[in-house]
Design a protein around this ligand. Structure first.
Ligand code: GLN
Length: 484
């Protein structure tokens, strides 16, 4: 099946004329038609336009960029001009909102010839760990359809491992690329805050949101990141730092690389199989020439509490724009303006979004601001300093991506706090704004994927890719595929 190719493999075949972009796009479409009734990873199909774009690329016959003619799916929060984009929320689904402009990321991808197939499922406005808060329903895990694919970029992760696309775009605010990557056995990169542009991507928590990708290999992730990174005049938080040639630097090896194992990430309550797999990965790194060191990140325990004050606070502000006036859900015959707002937002938003708006408004209200939001900001600094101190001694930090393999659909429905705990290993890096690369590192006895994350200092993506690539060359985990 052509859709199972990596970007690097497909590019080679396209350049040699062994396959056409049209064939590649068609193969993804066929795969989506055959498996997505079961998985529910794709929420909008833009197949006619994708085929048209593929035809144009084939006619030109120039494959000067590794992404030319390569089909992908975008999480349903990326704006593409004229393409329905709903954040998997009823507030935008009704009257199907279609943006008038492109996000910087999809625009940059288009400029090098990549082809969008449509939109991938996500938790509503990216709030969640399982895509269960999506108005389109849950995405099922391709390895076991009783399990979640993770979230919020669960549709993107499931689609990549199920070969419904060659790669997919995701977003990571507190773990939404790394956790589904590990639940589905994909490679996922969460970038340094400011490395990629957020312009045109619907915001959840603006000081934490990052734009990244899910792919089939570290090499592919490096290719994509090189194409989408860099300063953007439309997003003042993007960094002017030049984008390194990530792909070229992949093969430099990891002799002498110092890798830290933080004791706070190997704790009671985590799944023993996850711990074993990550410790085995540390051994593999050692055999490749790295040195392993035990380290401590003492404020790790406060990560979740801090994240779940700051994130909802920013959510409460970002969601204010969905008022039913300019686009989205409307309420007929309102009594007055207040009645209109109340009905639009009560009907349009799901329970998780409402919960966060309430927590956030409370935490920001005068009288409580100092006790919650301000305090959380101070603890955020402590979490960041933990990492800064650690990176004086080590180059990279190795941890599990999630405490357990994928959980059963519905397991956390009645207990949102239990769901929040899923982010224990990913949220701290998000608070610190540092990059994290999630890669497959094993399987449980029940054949569920296990993932690890490599964390680096700000703008240290290149080192993460180099370490991840070396690991992938030495192991087979990333090549395993689910039977569907
Ligand atoms: N699971 C986290 C949350 O629900 C992170 C989500 C994300 O990264 N978008 O907020």
């Amino acid at each position: 099946m052509l859709s199972s190719l990596t970007i690097a493999q497909a590019h080679q075949k396209l350049t040699k004329g062994e396959i056409s972009s049209t064939e590649l796009v068609q193969s993804c479409i066929d795969r989506i038609e055959s498996v997505d009734k079961t998985l529910n990873a794709v929420v909008y199909r833009n197949f006619d336009r994708a085929l048209e774009e593929a035809k144009n690329v084939d006619q030109k016959g120039v494959f000067d960029h590794p992404l030319a003619g390569i089909p992908y799916l975008a999480k349903d929060v990326y704006s593409e001009a004229g393409v329905p984009t709903t954040a998997c929320s009823n507030i935008l689904r009704e009257k199907t909102y279609a943006p008038a402009f492109d996000s910087t990321t999809t625009k940059r991808l288009k400029a090098v010839g990549a082809i969008s197939l449509g939109k991938a499922n996500t938790d509503e406005f990216t709030m969640g760990v399982s895509t269960e808060t999506s108005c389109y329903g849950v995405t099922k895990n391709p390895w076991n359809t009783e399990k979640v694919a993770g979230g919020s970029s669960g549709g993107s992760a499931a689609a990549v491992i199920a070969n419904e696309c060659v790669f997919a775009l995701g977003t990571d605010t507190g773990g939404s690329i790394r956790q589904p990557a590990s639940y589905c056995s994909c490679t996922g990169i969460k970038v340094t805050y400011g490395r990629t542009s957020r312009y045109g991507v619907m915001s959840m928590a603006s000081s934490l949101d990052t734009i990244g990708t899910l792919a089939k290999s570290v090499e592919d992730a490096a290719i994509i990141l090189e194409a989408i990174s860099g300063h953007d005049p439309m997003d003042a938080t993007t960094s002017p730092l030049p984008v390194p040639p990530y792909r070229q630097q992949l093969t430099k090896g990891i002799k002498g690389l110092k890798i830290g194992l933080p004791k706070e990430y190997f704790v009671k309550g985590m799944d023993p199989e996850v711990e074993q797999s990550v410790r085995a990965a540390a051994k593999t790194f050692e055999s490749l020439g790295a040195t392993i060191k035990d380290i401590s990140l003492p404020h790790t325990d406060y990560g979740i509490a801090t994240y779940y004050i700051i994130c909802p606070s920013e959510v409460s502000s970002n969601m204010a724009r969905y008022d039913g006036i300019r686009y989205g859900h409307t309420a007929p015959k309102p009594k007055d303006l207040l009645d209109y707002y109340l009905r639009v937002r009560s009907e349009g938003f799901g329970p998780e979004v409402k919960r966060r708006i309430m927590i956030g408004t409370y935490a920001l209200s005068s009288g409580y601001y100092d006790a919650y939001y301000l305090k959380a900001q101070k603890v955020r600094t402590l979490v960041r300093q933990d990492f800064e101190n650690a990176f004086r001694d080590v180059d990279v930090i190795l941890t599990p991506s999630a405490p357990t393999p994928a959980f059963t659909i519905g397991a956390h429905t009645d207990d949102p706090v239990q769901a929040y705990l899923e982010d224990a290993f990913t949220a701290p890096a998000s608070l610190a704004g540092i990059p994290g690369l999630a890669i497959p590192c094993g399987f449980s006895k029940k054949n569920l994927p296990i993932g690890m994350q490599l964390l680096g200092p700000q703008f240290g993506e290149s080192t993460l890719f180099r370490a991840g690539h070396a690991y992938e060359q030495a192991t087979e985990w990333h090549r395993k595929k689910p039977i569907l």
